[in-house]
Design a protein around this ligand. Structure first.
Ligand SMILES: NC(=O)c1ccc[n+]([C@@H]2O[C@H](COP(=O)([O-])OP(=O)(O)OC[C@H]3O[C@@H](n4cnc5c(N)ncnc54)[C@H](OP(=O)(O)O)[C@@H]3O)[C@@H](O)[C@H]2O)c1
Length: 305
């Protein structure tokens, strides 16, 4: 099969190569998915799991990409819940070969059915951004209707999901980003927008939940805005700041079939809009990931037409 591999961490996306690899086999509780569309997050190449297995042994050449939408072609021993020919989407294991390939073997529990009226490109755009937003707001952040949320990077892949889901849940949403992102963030549900390059973040006043996708100084200044009992939720590594009278949570997104189904149902009924950027074929993926153009939305690799 065709697959993109990486062998050299220092090379970043410039070290990606499109090569021929053997098709993966389904292990216990696995399925093999024929990949129709895949998602990739640039920061994957900084994660240890891209380079080493769970015993910390070198696993290069490794296939990056963890988001997938496709069709099940084989079941491993003991696999239940999915069947051959079924359309699925989900989030592949961080420590195994991923989805920038024609086939991926992954645990069935990390996939959910993809309804027949949802395109594979849409399916592949949702797992990381949708689940991260869902888990950060509702599981870790325990968001309640009537609270206020500072949604950083609200025109980005995760932030646009945060803004929409928080708004639907009855929160007041303050989106942030660069000046050029203002309208997009408002279109994704932010009630107001803070341009982090020119506006004073401190003018926002108090908020109940900060959803941080940026870190550093922005995280620190945001933590200071959190009201008593509020929460800093960050997805860019261990929290470096915490509210004076509240909690700080950092987490790595996990796959969850029920949550994937909630998310895709919202896309079907119009409550959630996707934020898809450039869509490229697998042959053009390496060039797309190395492009210097500003990314707008989630890049999706369409592996099968
Ligand atoms: N822990 C987890 O489970 C998890 C899950 C998903 C994502 N993440 C992490 O979350 C981060 C965001 O991911 P994403 O896919 O949403 O990325 P993205 O699509 O690039 O969105 C980030 C948004 O924030 C904006 N932004 C970043 N720094 C800014 C600054 N200093 N001032 C103003 N705007 C700024 C970006 O604008 P520009 O493009 O102009 O910089 C972009 O619009 C990444 O670091 C990713 O690795 C973690």
């Amino acid at each position: 099969m065709k697959a993109i591999v990486v062998t050299d961490q220092a090379a970043g996306t410039a070290g990606m190569k499109l090569v021929e690899r053997p098709e993966p086999q389904a292990a216990i509780n696995d399925v093999v998915v024929q990949v129709y569309a895949a998602g990739f997050v640039n920061t994957e190449l900084e994660w240890p799991s891209t380079w080493a297995d769970r015993r910390d042994h070198d696993r290069t050449p490794s296939i990056p990409g963890h988001e997938v939408a496709g069709v099940v072609t084989a079941l491993g021993y003991g696999t239940t819940g999915l069947s051959v020919g079924q359309r699925v989407f989900g989030l592949a294991d961080w420590h195994r070969d991923g989805t920038l390939a024609e086939y991926v073997a992954m645990e069935a529990r990390n996939l959910a059915p993809l309804p027949g009226d949802v395109d594979f490109t849409v399916g592949a755009s949702l797992p990381i951004s949708g689940l991260t937003a869902w888990q950060g707001l509702f599981q870790h952040g325990r968001l309640q209707a009537g609270q206020s949320v500072l949604a950083h990077g609200a025109a980005g892949a995760v932030g646009s999901m945060v803004a929409q889901l928080a708004r639907e849940a009855g929160a007041y949403v303050i989106g942030t980003g660069r000046a050029a992102d203002r309208q997009k963030a408002l279109d994704f549900g932010a009630n107001e927008f803070v341009d982090l390059e020119t506006d004073a973040l401190e003018d926002v006043g108090g908020v109940d939940l900060v959803f941080d996708v940026i870190g550093g100084d922005i995280q620190k200044r945001s933590a200071a805005l959190i009201r008593a009992g509020g929460m800093l939720v960050t997805v860019v590594g261990p929290a470096e700041s915490r509210p004076t009278d509240g909690l700080a949570v950092d987490f790595v997104v996990e796959s969850d079939r029920a949550q994937l189904s909630e998310i895709v149902q919202r896309v079907r009924d119009g409550r959630l809009r996707t934020n898809i950027g450039k869509v490229s074929a697998l042959d053009d993926a390496v060039a797309t990931f190395n492009s210097t153009e500003r990314r707008a939305g989630k890049a999706v690799i369409r592996v099968r037409p």
